[in-house]
Design a protein around this ligand. Structure first.
Ligand code: SAM
Ligand code: SF4
Ligand code: FES
Length: 360
């Protein structure tokens, strides 16, 4: 655990906090903080409750989203990220329109029903060029498309939605104004929030999330992130540990832990019973069974890599990233075996978000 255990009158005892979480109470710091900072023994009960909620609301199927990392160019300088523009050590690449479409076709051949198109913030992919890719994939396949390409304006988000994009992932990273400003020299928290409001208005299936263990982050901040994501109406929430990259200004920081991230995954499952929660690659990169543990603490999604093997090693947002030398077929087999070993099955539908009135 990377957060200290805080006992003040402000916070409920663990048992009461878990009862409120179970009852579906609107999230407050009073019960979120004790769950996020609970002991290892208490955590077992928290994970068990989250796992039961996942089974009750989302079933035993795990949804697979094939991840295509199509460009590692980025004009931003987020202080934690290995792809930041100031990192001259990165050999940059861009996949062209046809390669991205053919990679998506391969993902469908492997049995995936969704592709996630992810990149740095790369203006080479103009609104029109990206729309061409989206239309190309929609014409050639029956895949759902998730975009994860950062901040753009409303007109661009609309153009891509009209071209057929179904979902969007844009992590808020943190809602704490001081921490956000310290880590994002190019960004403004209110503008990032406005992007998420715009995506919601355009009726994308809405994905966000945070990194756990950013330097200076506290359990109270994470609790407020959960409350904000609840107000937003997040439908997919990706959380992973921050892993310090040696070629970034944060290289000497300690980073996040699997244990702290698992507590957050479990809390999210209780607060958002119907959300899609991935067992993230960062979890698997920090611990060989990190993704499995997330799947047993509330998660119900995995994002196997389908990026062409030649360029995979160049998309190193953090060190120790798994699957860098594997090909898409190998990752499919690996992920399938891991899911089956847990007694779970692989979903065969598109895994769209469930929109349940008044529920997360
Ligand atoms: N450029 C887009 C964006 O920032 O939204 C999408 C790609 S970005 C590489 C995807 C996510 O990687 C970010 O939202 C961030 O949470 C995560 N990330 C970046 N650097 C990381 C690090 N050092 N450790 C763990 N996660 C990291
Ligand atoms: Fe670029 Fe995204 Fe990395 Fe920030 S997190 S530097 S926007 S790729
Ligand atoms: Fe890629 Fe296991 S998921 S090798």
């Amino acid at each position: 655990m990377s957060f200290s255990i805080i006992h003040t009158n402000q916070y409920l005892p663990f048992n009461e906090a878990l009862t409120l979480a179970h009852a579906g109470d609107a999230p407050t710091e009073a019960w979120l903080v004790p769950l996020l900072t609970c002991s290892d023994e208490e955590a077992e009960r928290l994970f068990h409750a989250a796992d039961a909620a996942r089974e009750a609301h989302m079933g035993n199927e795990v949804h697979l989203r094939g991840l295509i990392e199509f460009s590692n160019y980025c004009h931003k300088n987020c202080r934690y990220c290995g792809l930041r523009r100031a990192n001259r050590g990165v050999e940059r690449y861009r996949l062209d329109v046809e390669t991205i479409i053919s990679t998506a076709r391969e993902a469908e051949t492997l049995g995936y029903r969704t592709v996630v198109l992810q990149s740095g913030e790369d203006a080479w992919y103009t609104a029109e060029r990206m729309a061409k890719i989206i239309r190309g994939i929609k014409d050639a396949t029956d895949l759902a498309i998730t975009l994860s390409v950062g901040e753009r304006d409303m007109a661009t988000y609309r153009c891509w939605r009209e071209a057929g994009a179904d979902r969007y992932l844009l992590r808020i990273e943190t809602t704490d104004p001081g921490l956000f400003a310290a880590l994002h020299p190019d960004d403004n928290l209110e503008e990032r929030k406005a992007c998420l409001y715009a995506l919601r208005e355009l009726e994308y299936e809405l994905g966000t999330g945070v990194m756990v263990g950013q330097p200076g982050q506290t359990a109270e901040m994470l609790a407020r992130d959960v409350i904000w994501m609840h107000e937003l109406g997040a439908e997919m929430i990706g959380v992973g540990p921050f892993i310090p990259h040696p070629d970034t200004p944060l290289k000497a920081t300690s980073g996040g832990t699997v244990e702290a991230t698992l507590r957050l995954v479990a809390v999210l499952r209780l607060v958002f019973p119907h959300a899609h929660l991935p067992a993230t690659t960062a979890m698997g990169s920090l611990h060989p069974l990190g993704r499995e543990r997330a799947l047993q603490a509330g998660a119900n999604v995995m994002m196997p890599n389908v990026t062409p093997t030649e360029v995979r090693p160049r998309y190193q947002i953090y060190p120790g990233k798994i699957c860098l030398s594997d090909d898409a077929r190998h990752c499919k087999g690996c992920i399938s075996a891991r899911i089956h070993a847990l007694g779970r099955s692989i979903a065969t539908d598109h895994g769209r978000v469930k929109r349940v009135k008044g529920k997360g």
